[in-house]
Write a protein that binds this ligand. Structure first.
Ligand SMILES: NC(=O)c1ccc[n+]([C@@H]2O[C@H](COP(=O)([O-])OP(=O)(O)OC[C@H]3O[C@@H](n4cnc5c(N)ncnc54)[C@H](O)[C@@H]3O)[C@@H](O)[C@H]2O)c1
Length: 357
């Protein structure tokens, strides 16, 4: 089957057949990890192409299960299957399955091979690329984890046909992030879009992966330039963690990151790195695509301590990756907690206001 190799070992397929999975013949055991949704919707599309004796383990979907408890279940499954160092785990799912399945594989018997088969937009353009694996811990996002590259990433945009609109919008946050930090022309095209149905995913997904893969290749372990991929994530992760812990209405990853990108764009303006026009364009595009998030004063007070825990911080300082014009980003920009608070207040005061016009 003809694939487009958008980055080393990251292959995008328009259709799948036996040849895509031929490499699995060399492994002593093939196990597959899925959740109830990907088992139902995605597994049937590949089942017949996998070695006949493969085994499947299903876990419960959702960020709230991306934790040590579920890892124990996965490690137990691998143990029960007598998985050895020559076995492989296929992670069939969104970012939760990919991050956690990859983490379990990377640590089981000091590491077995794994394949990422991302089934959400977010995981196809972002989570499955770059080797970051991990789980949440005591309310902190991706607090425990490792870097390890998968044996392969098999991207099949057709999986998205069964994805909900809300999940698609969430994934779009990472598509637009890649454009804003690294590709001015792509941002120019995206900002005209008012409805995600206008997007040709077969074109946009490989392009977005390329942007991320280029950055990762330059700095695989995030000592420098890779930090630009965290644009929107320092504040966004804190918001996501907060609502995960305290609210019945949990935010999806991309929904929280979209808020984070507006806050961090506002901070880019404060440092004179973007002009008002760029910020207004970001606000109006985001406002037309992403849901509005409401914050009480109490929410903001609880979000701020979570920002301090972010992994990009060092020596007790808050370091953000922010924009330097549309299509470029810079990293290690220091901000105070007071400025972070101001940016969330900016979101609170301006975004719903925009929506009313
Ligand atoms: N490792 C990284 O570099 C990286 C980057 C970005 C995000 N992430 C992580 O990714 C996670 C979010 O990933 P996500 O947005 O893919 O969420 P997810 O894995 O929770 O999937 C979202 C939902 O969609 C369902 N689903 C998945 N594929 C489907 C399909 N094809 N059809 C129908 N339903 C389907 C899932 O069962 C789940 O209910 C977060 O934990 C985040 O921290 C990691």
């Amino acid at each position: 089957m003809k694939a487009v190799e958008v980055a080393p070992n990251v292959l995008v397929y328009k259709s799948l057949d036996h040849s895509v999975f031929d490499f699995l013949k060399n492994y002593s055991k093939v196990c597959l990890l899925a959740d109830e949704n990907t088992k139902k919707h995605c597994y049937p599309l590949i089942k017949d192409y996998l070695p006949a004796n493969h085994t499947v383990f299903q876990i419960e979907s959702g960020e709230e299960n991306k934790n040590l408890k579920t890892c124990e279940l996965i490690w137990q499954f691998l143990t029960d299957q007598s998985v050895d160092r020559k076995s492989i785990l296929i992670n069939l799912g969104g970012g939760v399955i990919g991050d956690m399945g990859g983490f379990c594989a990377a640590t089981f018997k000091r590491g077995i091979d794994f394949v990422q088969m991302p089934t959400t937009l977010l995981s196809q353009v972002d989570a499955s690329v770059g080797g970051k694996l991990g789980i949440d811990f005591k309310g902190f996002k991706n607090h425990i984890g490792v870097f390890k590259m998968p044996r392969k990433v098999i991207v099949y945009p057709n999986f998205l046909k069964t994805l909900s609109d809300r999940e698609l919008v969430s994934g779009y946050a990472e598509v637009v992030k890649h454009a804003l930090i690294k590709d001015k022309d792509h941002w120019k095209q995206l900002k005209k879009i008012e409805d995600l149905n206008q997007i040709e995913w077969d074109v946009v997904i490989p392009h977005s992966i390329e942007i991320k893969a280029d950055v990762v290749e330059e700095d695989p372990f995030e000592y420098g330039v890779r930090k630009i991929l965290n644009f929107g994530h320092t504040i966004g992760h804190a918001i996501e963690s907060h609502f995960l812990e305290t609210s019945n209405h949990k935010l999806l990853h991309g929904e929280a990151i979209a808020v984070g990108m507006i806050c961090e764009s506002y901070l880019s303006l404060k440092k004179d790195l973007i002009d008002e026009n760029v910020l207004n364009n970001i606000n109006s595009h985001f406002n037309s695509i992403f849901p509005i998030v409401s914050f009480t004063d109490e929410d903001i007070e609880q979000i701020l301590p979570l920002v301090i825990q972010d992994k990009k911080n060092s020596h007790g300082k808050i370091n953000l990756s922010i924009l330097k014009g549309a299509g470029t980003a810079i990293y290690d920009q220091e901000f105070s907690l007071e400025e972070i608070k101001e940016s969330i207040n900016y979101y609170r005061e301006n975004i719903p206001a925009l929506n009313k016009n």
